[in-house]
Write a protein that binds this ligand. Structure first.
Ligand SMILES: [Zn+2]
Ligand SMILES: [Zn+2]
Length: 139
């Protein structure tokens, strides 16, 4: 099992500051259409659990992107801040927000069957299709 690490970050304009104390360095990538529409690219996500402090919450705009999750972004600069599971309150945050973390490794690719043909990663990772993701997470 990988070591849990902590990290601090802020959005581009600095209005929102985030401290996450329980980050799993094995990050996931989501190829689903929602993530690719949201960010223009796959979502490289760090699982940050619930031990997350956010200051500048008045600038955080929340968009409920599915029946089970919400996405947050800074309403001033547009930086994507998190994908949050409504039921557990767990945060997934963009890898790029935490540039100084050590030991990061791409571990899992979700919605592998929705990955478009115009890119692929050479990283050797686990993969789950849409059907596998849905049966694993939404029981
Ligand atoms: Zn901002
Ligand atoms: Zn996705």
């Amino acid at each position: 099992m990988s070591e849990i690490i902590s990290g601090a970050s802020n959005c581009l304009c600095g209005s929102v500051k985030i401290t996450a104390k329980n980050i799993n360095p094995n990050f996931t990538v989501c190829h689903c259409e929602t993530c690719r529409t949201w960010g223009g690219v796959p979502f490289f996500a760090l699982q940050c659990g619930t031990d997350v402090e956010i200051t500048g919450n008045e600038k955080v705009k929340i968009y409920k992107s599915s029946p089970w999750a919400s996405r947050g972004f800074c309403s001033d600069c547009g930086t994507h801040l998190f994908y949050k599971l409504d039921k557990t309150g767990e945060y997934n945050m963009p890898v790029g927000m935490f540039p100084n973390l050590k030991g990061l490794a791409m571990d899992m690719q979700y919605f592998s069957d929705q990955r478009p043909s115009y890119y692929c990663f050479s990283n050797k990772t686990k993969e789950m299709t849409k059907a596998e993701v849905e049966s694993y997470f939404h029981h």
